[in-house]
Write a protein that binds this ligand. Sequence first.
Ligand code: GDP
Ligand code: ZN
Length: 328
Amino acid sequence: MQCSGTVVKLDRGFPLIRTQDGGEFRCKHATAYVKGGNLRAVIGDRVVVDLPDGADMAQIIDILPRKNQFIRKDPAERAIAQVLAANFDTVIIAHPLSELNIRRLERELVLAHETGARVVVALTKSDLAEDEAQLNATLALVRDIVSDQVDVLLVSEKEPESIELVRSYIPKGSIAVLIGRSGVGKSSMVNLLAGGHVMDTTPVRESDGKGRHTTVSRAMIDVRGGGSVVDMPGVRGLGLWESADGIAAAFSDVAELAGKCRFRDCKHEKEPGCAVLEAVEAGEIPVARVESYRNLMQENEEQRKRREEAERQASRGGAPSKGRRRKR
Ligand code: GDP
Ligand code: ZN
């Protein structure tokens, strides 16, 4: 028997598939699939499964092409990508209002924009703001660094209206992915969106980057009166994989200036005719933002070189390198 479904839960390597009629069952990957490369089904993947007569477990025999995907560098590997979710409409970045980390937020924005999905920033635990002034100052700071298409929301588990606002970004039929460091309030938000206890809010132990297999599971959760949300606990390391577009979108202000530099390969360090440095000089753009941009561009470039080197090694023969995994 063959049928198709969506991966709704991923923990110990056996994806849980939900079919159109709501049935759920565990699957493993067909051997041919595993041998052929290292493509694995992730949360949100639409898959074709086969349940051979007498078999104890269904097999994934095909992963349909992805509309989009959330991808980062595998925290434990030099040249391997890790796809965390696929086929979603929105990325919600949960970031604590009173512990704003601009550098971290910029990185989250880059990876979120790289997916091509709509991006929303949720400033969580807004009830912990010292006062109205701090709240407004932080909000202004964040609005200043996000691009025009990105909405910034204030969220607190203590203020039901704020949760309703988040819910309005996840309409029926849509899928949102929730990212952010652990402890920022993601599980609390998911529970309120789901209208019941579905996630433990005890601190999640993250993969420390030493082991490839993170112990945390990812699941797609139904939002009451809305679509679905994918909570991704343990997403601490956000290494860039292939993020040129994400950087251009998250730093559209700098990227636009960079397009006016005299030299096409301008590094915006001390080159003559550098439009970026001129804007810094004129006080139009903070120097820290340009530094972030430069650092992320450099990281992306280094990652590209590692990836290409891994691909060269793989094509020279030898064991198929894991580094060959590509965006599809
Ligand atoms: P996660 O690791 O991102 O899923 O974060 P959790 O949802 O587990 O929250 C971590 C801690 O922050 C828990 O002790 C929550 O009770 C607390 N917390 C979550 N949301 C809020 C909020 O809006 N306001 C306050 N004051 N605390 C919150
Ligand atoms: Zn320049």
